[in-house]
Structure formats: structure tokens, C-alpha cells
Design a protein around this ligand. Structure first.
Ligand SMILES: [Zn+2]
Length: 267
């Protein structure tokens, strides 16, 4: 594993990004703390690279969601935070899955349904060191004050980090021109459209400046909130059956749907 798998760039002095192939992670530098948003495919020594970039800051790892290109390197970190609706995606094997905090921890292990289930109790499904991340949690980094927004649809527990004062939204795969992956058991277009409407409503209330820099995990480095109109219209058109599916160009159970300003891989 080498750091050569990664390319580091700077969006702002306190907002770096790390690209691994076609996926992009974000590294937010606070005064004493740093947040790594997502972990890529896990093709290199991400922990060592991040350690060099953050210096003596304390590191927190946050996952926007549990897709394979975002959770790949979670096993390199002691603790990662994700929305509980993503926990079932985090069966990563290796270091994290071998038992520990969650399997032995008092809350889960002592009571009720969860503790009696064989999967959880044996530590095989849920990685250790995974911390639940809830809507409304705020990470105050000094420069940058990021609030967690739950935006389900691409996955059930997709989250975004939002700093309205600086107009920054880090939204994983959910806000981009795509093609956005919307096929598979856990994905739901209606939920995704509802989430995009929620963000558009927030933009109307807080002002356009609150969504000036939407930092993306794929394709464009940054977008602005004017994209919400395209995303909502495209999702609604798909739900209404108005988009025509094309050959997706890959051997997966989906079609490629194009709408103005957004595309989807969807059933
Ligand atoms: Zn992705």
C-alpha cells in the first residue's frame, strides 16, 4: 500500500481533497480536530497520508454512506462514524470486523433484540469502532462548523455535512450530475427526490450563499445550489416514467437515464 494511490488537492486552506481513481474524499482541517469525509476504495495507506496532512490534530472519520468506494479504507482507522442505516453496508472484513467495541460494548450487547441476534453478537456483521451519526450533530472545527443532514435516497443513511455560514455542503454521491447510482435494493428515487427538495427548501430559506460550494465525491469538484432544480426535475421525470432507458454500458441490472443536467443508473 502506498500513498501514490492518492492525489491531494486544496479547495480552501482548511478544506483539502484526496482523490483515489474516480472517487474523492474530503479532509476538513480545524484548529485542533480534523474530519476525513469518506475513505475511498482502500487501495493505499490512507491513514498514513491523512496522518501527515493533519499533523497533531485529532482525527474523526465520517462516512457520507456505506458504498464500496466510500468505505474501502475504514479498516485503517480506529473509529468511523456513519448513520446507523448504513451499518449493514459496513461488513468490511479484516480489522474492523473481528470484534471489539460494538460486539462487547454495553449498550448493544446487554439488551434486547440486537444482542440476541447471532450476526451482531458474533461480531461478524458490524465493524467495531463504528459510531452512530445522527441528523443535527454539529462538528465545530474552528474554521468550519458542519451540521449533519440526513438525505436518504441514494442509500437509506446517506448524510451531508453543511456549513451554511461558508456555503459549504459535502454530500457524497447524492448531489452531483451523475450518472448517480440508483439501482439496487437499498436505493430509492422517491426518497432521493424528497431529500433534494429538502435541500432546495433550505436554500430558499437560508439564501443562495448557504449552498454556494457543493463539494462532490465524483466528477465536478464543486457545484452550487442551482443544481437542485435539475436534480428534482430529473428524479420526478424518472418516477413518472418519462425518461427513456439506454444501454448502461456495463453489465449491471440497470439502464442509463438522461435528463437535463443529471443522469441516473436506475432500474
Ligand atoms: Zn460513490
Amino acid at each position: 500500500m502506498t500513498a501514490e494511490s492518492y492525489r491531494v488537492g486544496e479547495f480552501a486552506p482548511d478544506i483539502l481533497y484526496i482523490e483515489e481513481g474516480h472517487v474523492r474524499m474530503w479532509l476538513l482541517l480545524g484548529e485542533r480536530e480534523a474530519i476525513l469525509v469518506d475513505t475511498g476504495f482502500g487501495g493505499g495507506d490512507l491513514a498514513a497520508l491523512v496522518g501527515r496532512l493533519i499533523g497533531d490534530r485529532r482525527l474523526r472519520v465520517v462516512l457520507t454512506h456505506g458504498d464500496v468506494d466510500h468505505r474501502g479504507a475504514v479498516g485503517q482507522f480506529e473509529q468511523v462514524a456513519a448513520h446507523p442505516a448504513e451499518f449493514s453496508s459496513l461488513d468490511v472484513g479484516g480489522a474492523l470486523a473481528t470484534g471489539g467495541t460494538l460486539a462487547t460494548g454495553s449498550t448493544l450487547a446487554t439488551g434486547g433484540t440486537l444482542a440476541t441476534g447471532s450476526t451482531l453478537a458474533t461480531g461478524s456483521t458490524l465493524p467495531v469502532g463504528i459510531e452512530p451519526l445522527w441528523e443535527g450533530t454539529v462538528f465545530d472545527l474552528g474554521p468550519g462548523r458542519y451540521e449533519v443532514l440526513l438525505i436518504p435516497g441514494h442509500t437509506p443513511g446517506s448524510i451531508a455535512l453543511h456549513d451554511p455560514a461558508r456555503g459549504v455542503l459535502i454530500a457524497g454521491d447524492s448531489v452531483q450530475r451523475g450518472p448517480i447510482y440508483m439501482f439496487g435494493p437499498a436505493r430509492n428515487m422517491a426518497a432521493w427526490v424528497a431529500s433534494m427538495r429538502r435541500l432546495a427548501d433550505m436554500r430558499r430559506k437560508l439564501g443562495e450563499a448557504a449552498f454556494a460550494h457543493i463539494l462532490s465525491a465524483h466528477n465536478d469538484l464543486s457545484l452550487d445550489g442551482s443544481i437542485f432544480a435539475d436534480l428534482i426535475a430529473g428524479g420526478e421525470a424518472w418516477l413518472a416514467g418519462r425518461l427513456v432507458g439506454e444501454d448502461p454500458g456495463m453489465d449491471r441490472p440497470c439502464r442509463l437515464y438522461r435528463a437535463p443536467g443529471v443522469a441516473f443508473f436506475a432500474p
